[in-house]
Ligand binder design. Structure first.
Ligand SMILES: C[S@@+](CC[C@H](N)C(=O)[O-])C[C@H]1O[C@@H](n2cnc3c(N)ncnc32)[C@H](O)[C@@H]1O
Length: 456
């Protein structure tokens, strides 16, 4: 089994658990650091509330032999469930979900009830069976479309056409006066999506332009776009997405920040800066091609069979060393009784050495930190931090963790500045972190007062 990144079962997924999307490509640039605790100074609902999916004996999906009435019933249930869960909030997104038959875009042979289950489906895989394209889970599609806020008449660019399902939803939202351009790396998927969309004729005649190519480059001839929707994960925003976005326009992308911390971020363009307007948790297949990042997840080579390690920039040699260190007898570095994911995320934002151990399906198993130069490893298990090899990294974690706030990632304010451009002063309240990637530097701010509504 293999995987791409840690899959928190509570984060809506694009990628299937235990899958990998990316085994090659560049490693992201070294990250900047900041103190953990921040430094001062610086529609309409249907009444059908039954769960989505799960009506036995329905017809096969994938376009063939589906009774329109049966599919429509499933579609209404899916919309009702997504509304009930607060994931669909607007009449426009509800209407788009109601209008587009998901079974048409599901892998051939998918039963119609499965096509409307809140699950991801694999569309394409590489020679090793590792998925390279998926039909995303309806939950995350709904969340991202609400974040994107497409209005009639908008010019929209989608990165990662996949099945064409989201393209059809975008077309519904943009309407006949709008336009949707979608770029996909896999030529076969472009052809099949084009055929499905032609069969459907969605969006009341919205002009659609499907393109085969590397979405990292955007699509210059249709720019500027009012909305850009990346449906593939990245650890850095492509500069072309920023420059091809109209000033004031919105870009939604799944941004991998740190192990276990992948966020669907809606960013508004403000000149050369992108500023978040909303943040949600997610898990996505990662971008492939010449601008692919990572890989962020690797199997442990020795010692701990079946475990994977997720990190910022881990080589095969690193995972071999981690496996060897973890196989030794450790030393107790100190108690970490109140260790929550939220505190560890706060640590991870300032500490690029953070790692996350997962099982083969991507379920988180333990937090840790690894220093290649010091040959030191720290792992938090059962309320204790255990040190392996050089104790320096465990000592660092112990002292820094004490100051880490219990952050809520969905309340973070994230801004992307072109790397090398000046960053503003830190706000006086809350915690601020900086992550430097090749093309953008991310300034992440979390204000504990924001959650209470005092500064909204
Ligand atoms: C999660 S799937 C997209 C799902 C799609 N929006 C749908 O509704 O079916 C991600 C897609 O991104 C594509 N992709 C990966 N790297 C890409 C790149 N560099 N440029 C364009 N598309 C890419 C994959 O081939 C895959 O189809």
């Amino acid at each position: 089994m293999s995987q791409d990144s840690a899959r928190d079962p509570h984060a809506p997924q694009d990628a299937t658990a235990g899958t990998s999307s990316n085994r090659s490509g560049r490693t992201s640039a070294a990250d900047g650091e900041a103190g953990c605790g921040g430094e001062p100074g610086d529609g309409e609902a249907t009444d059908d509330a039954s769960p989505c999916g799960g009506v036995a004996g329905d017809e096969a999906g994938g376009g063939a032999g589906v009774s329109p009435g049966g599919a429509a019933r499933h579609r209404r249930r899916l919309v009702a469930a997504l509304r009930r869960d607060g994931l669909i909030r607007s009449a426009a997104v509800a209407a788009a979900f109601d209008a587009v038959p998901r079974e048409l875009f599901a892998p051939p042979g998918t039963p119609v009830d499965a096509a409307y289950a809140d699950r991801v489906a694999v569309l394409a895989a590489d020679a090793a069976g590792v998925p390279t394209s998926t039909l995303s889970q309806p939950s995350i599609v709904a969340i991202m479309l609400e974040q994107l806020d497409v209005r009639p008449g908008h010019r929209v660019l989608e990165i990662g056409t996949g099945s064409g399902y989201n393209t059809a939803l975008l077309a519904e939202l943009a309407g006949a006066r709008g336009r949707v351009t979608s770029v996909e790396l896999d030529a076969g998927l472009v052809a099949s999506a084009a055929a499905r969309l032609a069969e459907l004729g969605p969006g009341g005649g919205t002009p659609m332009d499907l393109r085969h190519g590397d979405g990292w480059r955007g699509s210059a001839d249709g720019a500027p776009y009012d909305r850009i929707h990346a449906t593939v994960g990245v650890d850095d925003i492509a500069p072309t997405w920023r420059t091809q976005l109209a000033d004031g326009g919105l870009l939604v992308a799944p941004l991998w920040l740190r192990p276990g911390l992948e966020l669907s971020v809606a960013l508004r363009r403000d000149g050369s800066v992108l500023r978040s307007v909303s943040v949600a948790r997610c898990g996505f297949l990662q971008l492939r091609g010449p601008h692919a990042a990572g890989p962020h997840a690797r199997p442990l080579s020795a010692g701990a069979i079946g475990l994977w390690v997720v990190g910022e920039a881990l080589s095969g040699a690193d995972t071999e060393t981690i496996g060897l260190l973890a196989g030794r007898k450790g030393t107790a570095a100190g108690p970490v009784p109140d260790l929550t994911d939220r505190r560890w995320w706060a640590l991870a934002l300032s500490e690029p050495r953070t790692v996350l151990f997962t099982d083969a399906h991507g379920a988180p198993a333990a937090w840790g930190a690894y220093d290649a130069e010091q040959a030191g490893l720290a792992i938090a298990i059962d309320g204790w931090l255990t040190s392996y090899g050089d104790p320096g990294v465990a000592d660092d974690v112990m002292s820094r963790l004490a100051d880490c706030p219990d952050v809520d990632p969905t309340e973070m304010e994230i801004s992307a500045y072109p790397t090398g451009s000046p960053l503003p002063r830190r706000p006086s309240r809350g915690a601020t972190w900086r992550i430097i990637r090749r093309d953008h530097t991310y300034r992440i701010h979390w204000n504990p007062d924001r959650g209470s509504g005092r500064e909204r």
